[in-house]
Design a protein around this ligand. Structure first.
Ligand code: ADP
Ligand code: MG
Length: 751
């Protein structure tokens, strides 16, 4: 870390200040280690429990590191490297720790979780899916047992009873979605019910950049009461007949689409409407159908499996089972594919992953790629990064990108390269950006007589087996981003090692350099030999966004290869632009979510006051005190009944308010054509609506009071239509249709 970096406060500068001391504590560490090496197991736990009561915080931490190194060695047969202990200190200091693939972050996370638990904290370790949560807790259980720390995992299929029990443990492993869903479910407690999650204290986030940045904006949704979205078949048919370029055009980044003058005329004539007059509903329907047609692609963004749509996660390349688009778009894509419309639900409550994470008192995490999102982590979470060097030096060779003119020449070049290296027995992993690309490359390779194993969202049944064998000599594996994160590809034999180790070929840069780095990181683990290289073409989506680079099409040789430093720089530039846009969209959605989240908090605290402090009850009681039924029912029963009614009305009103906010947000770019900026218009309208929240609740409560009869058993709420949904379900909403850069969409439509 140079002087200037420190001066400029670059990522890492803070980390040096906060955890740098530990590098100099090796002598103490070893001295304490000798002390603990002689302790029998029982005394190890006893000692651990007392460590954090020491006055000197650094001594506590150093002693804990020494003790847990001994404990892990005994319990798991793996003695943590010094680098892992550095990572541990970073986590215990509330930082995001960057450690490369294969450095053993699972163990680092577990040591930190136990460390927090020993300080009397409760800890959630969140991972990207249920499978990893269950795997990690079982893997690490001997360590927790030895330290006297209780641990459990929670998964989607767990019963109510078992998940309640799991949440009482000191350390809980779960996917971020599962914790979010349970937090949402907890929101509707009525009298006498206990929350599932008593508190959100410490969260340790595995694959932190993926969860905290890439998935931060994803809304977790709790829904009830099914309903079916209606799609106008005529609009679907009409839009399917429109021509790209003539009737509609895509934005340069292909995330938005709009009608041209000719398109508007064609639609207006066919439907006999004035689109930009006051028929906002038809305009919205046409936009959705157009978006479904031109922006969302089968086998890239989604699959059709057994008559239903399965979304493919952008950053993971696998099917995102819990995910659906906002209702309108989901229905439009189903209509485009000629499928029956699936039922959607009334949204009872929702929160983003970012909002969830921010309810924890302490946030920390680990990932192989943190520095690249250092600014975002600081901006959105106020998190610092501690970059830990690898235990063994990385000797992998990262070759410069090879740029080609067309997709065709690029794929040919990849195949030639594979054939050449395959002959030497070298294991090869090809990372593609879509299911379609993985199939095309696999097909070409098979035609040339190469046996390939394909791993993509369409078939993940053999995932574990394919990954386990990907490091064998002669193995050729083609995979979408699925293999790019968390997977452990080990060189299986000396032949593979002698042939140069794993060769990773990227069939195109991703939108984020972190995904590239995660893919490269499959090779060269713990000092293994390896090579990585990316092939790109001017036709790659990322590059079509940069007009300046397209002129290099003339510089290609007979194979389509472009040798130019300038062009290579433009590839980097394209990626940085995409990353910047992503941060922009994050900031943008955040501005919308902030307000929703503030209003949500206010409602929740009112609700809590009603539940525990009789807020509003006396006022209501005054209004009915003189009624005969109230007199004979008795004060206690009436108060309880009033509370139930009030809680119901608050929840009911919130559902309506959420629907209002979601509609407002989807349509805000249309509403603001005239003058205002979308965010300001959104804020103004939503605040105006929200200012009436409480008086609306009181008014509807009074209406109910006129209809009900109080008895000593309370009131029959369902009889007056106050029924809570009999079943609820949860899903993850894919990003909002027009979530992408709203201002630019507005500008385009205005034009
Ligand atoms: P990461 O999440 O950092 O990519 P993992 O936690 O999946 O890495 O661990 C990778 C492999 O390294 C695992 O097989 C694990 O058993 C092994 N490992 C971790 N720490 C050690 C250690 N201190 N000594 C030996 N092997 C270790
Ligand atoms: Mg991992």
């Amino acid at each position: 870390m140079g002087f200037f970096d420190r001066l400029l406060g670059r990522p890492g500068a803070q980390a040096d200040k906060r955890v740098g001391w530990f590098a100099k504590a090796q002598n103490d560490l070893d001295r304490y280690g000798d002390e603990y090496a002689d302790l029998p197991d029982e005394e190890l736990a006893e000692t651990a429990a007392k460590l954090f009561t020491l006055e000197d915080r650094r001594e506590s931490l150093t002693r804990y590191a020494a003790l847990v190194r001994e404990a892990a060695d005994r319990a798991l047969g793996e003695r943590p490297y010094f680098t892992q202990l550095k990572g541990l200190i970073g986590l215990l200091d509330g930082m995001v720790v960057q450690m490369l693939t294969g450095e053993g972050k699972t163990l680092v996370g577990a040591m930190a979780a136990a460390g927090y638990a020993l300080q009397g904290r409760t800890v959630h370790v969140v991972s990207v899916n249920d499978y990893l949560a269950a795997r990690d807790v079982e893997w690490m259980r001997p360590l927790f047992d030895l330290l006297g720390v209780t641990a459990a995992s929670v998964g989607e299929s767990d019963s109510e009873e078992s998940r309640r029990k799991s949440y009482t443990q000191e350390v809980v492993y779960a996917s971020v979605q599962e914790v979010g869903f349970d937090t949402l479910r907890d929101r509707f407690l009525t009298q006498g019910q206990k929350p599932r999650i008593a508190q959100r204290d410490v969260v340790i986030v595995d694959e932190a950049d993926s969860v905290l940045i890439d998935e931060a904006r994803v809304p977790l949704v709790l829904a009830g009461t099914a309903s079916v979205e209606q799609v106008d078949a005529e609009i679907t048919r009409l839009v399917a007949g429109l021509e790209a370029g003539k009737h509609y055009e895509l934005s340069h980044d292909r995330t938005a689409v709009s009608l041209t003058e000719a398109g508007i005329d064609a639609v207006e004539e066919a439907l006999g409407v004035d689109l930009y007059g006051d028929d906002a509903e038809t305009l919205a329907a046409v936009n959705l159908a157009l978006y479904a047609l031109a922006v969302v692609h089968r086998d890239v963004d989604y699959l059709v499996v057994d008559g239903s749509i399965k979304l493919i996660s952008d950053s993971r390349g696998r099917v995102a089972d819990l995910q659906r688009w906002p209702d309108g778009l989901q229905a439009a894509v189903e209509a485009k594919e000629g499928l029956t419309t699936s039922s959607s639900g009334e949204i009872l409550d929702q929160m983003t992953v970012e909002e969830l994470i921010q309810t924890y008192s302490t946030v920390c995490g680990m990932t192989g790629t943190a520095l690249a999102v250092g600014d975002d982590l600081k901006e959105f979470y106020d998190l610092e990064i501690s970059a830990v060097e690898p235990n063994e030096d990385v000797i992998r060779i990262d070759e410069p990108d090879r740029l080609y003119t067309y997709q065709e020449s690029k794929e040919r070049a990849i195949v030639d390269q594979v054939l050449e290296e395959h002959r030497e027995g070298r294991p090869i992993l090809i990372g593609t950006r879509s299911v379609a690309e993985s199939e095309s490359l696999a097909h070409r390779l098979k035609q040339r007589g190469v046996e390939v194993r394909v791993l993509n969202a369409k078939d993940d049944s053999r995932e574990a087996d394919i990954i386990a064998r990907a490091g064998e000599s002669g193995a050729v594996t083609v995979s979408t981003q699925m293999a790019g994160r968390g997977t452990d590809i080990r060189l299986a034999d000396d032949e593979a090692r002698d042939a140069g180790g794993l060769l990773v070929i990227g069939a195109g840069r991703y939108d984020s350099s972190r995904l590239d780095d995660q893919l490269r990181g499959r090779s060269g683990r713990q000092g293994d030999p390896g090579t990585s290289v990316f092939f790109t073409s001017l036709e790659d989506e990322l590059l079509t966004r940069v007009p300046e680079i397209q002129r290099f099409v003339e510089d290609g040789d007979e194979t389509g290869f472009i040798q130019s430093r300038k062009a290579a720089q433009l590839v980097e530039h394209a990626q940085r632009m995409a990353e910047g846009e992503n941060t922009g969209v994050h900031r943008d959605t955040r501005r919308f979510n902030d307000l929703m989240s503030k209003q949500r908090k206010q409602v929740l605290s009112r609700r809590e006051a009603v539940l525990t402090e009789d807020y509003g009850i006396d006022e209501l009681l005054e209004k009915v005190r003189d009624r005969d039924d109230v007199k004979s029912a008795g004060d206690g029963a009436v108060r309880e009944a009033l509370r139930d009614i009030l809680l119901f009305q608050i929840d009911d009103r919130w559902v309506a308010h959420l629907a209002f906010l979601n509609d407002l947000r989807e349509g805000i770019h249309l509403r603001t054509l005239a003058k205002e900026r979308p965010h300001e218009a959104f804020n103004k309208e939503s605040m105006a609506q929200f200012s009436q929240f409480w008086s609306d609740v009181m008014a509807s409560t009074e209406d109910v009071l006129e209809e009900v009869e109080f008895t000593s058993d309370g009131v029959d709420l369902p009889a007056v239509g106050m029924k809570r949904p009999s079943s609820t379900w949860t899903y993850v909403a894919a990003e909002s249709t027009f979530g992408s850069d709203i201002e630019s969409v507005v500008k385009r439509i205005r034009r």
